[in-house]
Ligand binder design. Structure first.
Ligand code: HEM
Ligand code: MYR
Length: 415
């Protein structure tokens, strides 16, 4: 017979303020306080269960136990995710929509993106050399916007580069904000969706020539399980689910360069190595060590008991991504930056989850994880051999701003 245990609970009325104050380590701090990888908390005015660590992550990705349909808060949908996209689907509808994304992530599809990145980096570097200094975050966001649009098949006239970059960046930079920044994010999502909807209309009315392999074409003509075309707004949400996160890779590129600066010995290793794997280990450690996506959210699908703990249907459940990547039970010296640790990593889908865990096709694991790692590797090769200096500036980064980036946004002199 299963022994029912009382789930440890964080005391207090609501912890949204503590989350805002403590930021990324918030859930992990609570896990330490209550001494449990599963505990109850109250957030955004509702009771929630927090899960942390490898074992709890494998529970979170059990599709029989959790659903996504009503998991993401409205303010996150209005900025980051959009409404009606793949993140909010369950079951067969989710598998079918997810396949639409994963088809793009073939070896050829990914290699094409890396070729675009190499070409854009070489071109941008010529311009950077002419400047007294550049702000790397901004430059990489523009570069990624151009690359994303080419890869997806979206035309991007030069005069629109700054506007579209800002719109796409607003969607992920405003997701965890309150006040004017949040409202700017909503506006950017609305304008961004209108931009893409007008392109989808042109594709459907044969008013625009677009390569049939491009996502703009395949998503515009994608049919759901009933054989119907998707609503044009949903197509826009899904195309933005490609464009926006590709621009978000900029956050990891900032941290790549910061890590090279903070660990000059690692940079020397990379410069002189003939072991390609070192580039991968370095990028993986950047994704593990630095803060980016804090936690994933789901709701309990139906009542169940797990390890003696009762999960009630409808309860909001948060999986601590940042804390799991720093779990001392899985990672030795988790708060040290040590790329070589990835030499030993066994490749579990549940202990290293900066972009979610579990399965790509059947679960909600990030569709763009391979692309993210691949783009980071191309950028790392470029920056390792690039001649640049970082003048005196504030490179510290906040643990409460989400997403986080170095305060100076990385001012760089390129020679
Ligand atoms: C889902 C993070 C880049 C497309 C996710 C999830 C996370 C995440 C945490 C949700 C996992 C879950 O709910 O269990 C990131 C981070 C990125 C990144 C930190 C770095 C920039 C990308 C890229 C793409 C992409 C480059 C596409 C080109 C998606 C899609 C989903 C997703 C479509 C929804 C998957 C689903 O619901 O089945 N990502 N992502 N992401 N990501 Fe990413
Ligand atoms: C993407 O654009 O999908 C990838 C990167 C987004 C990073 C956003 C970080 C803050 C979001 C907090 C949301 C919590 C979700 C339940």
């Amino acid at each position: 017979m299963t022994m029912i245990k009382k789930m440890p609970k964080e005391s207090g009325i609501d912890h949204t303020l503590a989350l805002l104050k403590e930021g990324y380590p918030f859930l992990f701090n609570r896990r330490q306080e209550v001494d449990s990888t599963i505990f109850k908390t109250r957030i955004l005015g509702q009771q929630a269960i927090a899960l942390s660590g490898k074992e709890a992550a494998s529970l979170f990705y059990d599709n029989e136990k959790f659903r996504r349909s009503d998991a993401a808060p409205k303010r996150i949908q209005k900025t980051l995710f959009g409404e009606g996209g793949v993140q909010s689907l369950d079951g067969e509808a989710h598998h079918h929509r997810k396949a639409m994304f994963m088809t793009l992530m073939s070896r050829d599809g990914l290699n094409e993106m890396y070729e675009i990145i190499d070409k854009e980096l070489t071109a941008a570097n010529q311009n950077w050399k002419k400047e007294n200094h550049i702000v790397l975050d901004k430059e990489i966001q523009k570069l990624l916007t151009k690359a994303a649009c080419q890869w997806v098949g979206v035309p991007l006239p030069d005069k629109e580069i700054n506007q579209r970059t800002e719109q796409l960046a607003d969607m992920f930079e405003s997701a965890a904000s309150i006040g004017p920044k949040h409202w700017k994010g909503r506006k950017s999502r609305k304008n961004g969706e209108e931009w893409i909807i007008s392109l989808v209309r042109q594709v459907r009315n044969n008013e625009m020539a677009v390569d049939e392999d491009r996502a703009l074409y395949t998503f515009s003509w994608h049919r759901d399980l009933d054989g119907n075309l998707l609503n044009e707004k949903i197509v826009a949400v899904e195309l933005l689910n490609l464009l926006r996160p590709i621009v978000a890779i900029s956050a990891y590129i900032n941290f790549l360069v910061l890590a090279l600066y903070e660990h000059p010995e690692e940079r020397e290793n990379l410069k002189n190595t003939d072991n390609e794997n070192r580039f991968e280990w370095f990028c993986q450690e950047v994704r593990r060590y630095y803060p980016f996506f804090p936690f994933a959210a789901a709701r309990v699908k139906r009542d169940f008991i797990w390890n003696g703990f009762t999960f009630k249907e409808g309860t909001l459940t948060l999986l601590d991504l940042y804390g799991t990547n720093h779990d001392p039970n899985e990672w030795s010296e988790p708060n040290q930056f040590k790329p070589d640790r990835f030499q030993e990593w066994k490749g579990s889908p549940f202990d290293f989850i900066p972009q979610g865990g579990g399965e790509f096709n059947l679960g909600h694991r990030c569709a763009g994880e391979w692309m993210t790692l691949g783009v980071m590797k191309r950028c790392l090769s470029f920056f390792v051999h690039m001649d640049f200096e970082l003048p005196e500036q504030d490179l510290s980064y906040s643990m409460t701003e989400m997403p986080s980036k170095p305060k100076s946004k990385i001012i760089m002199q390129v020679h």
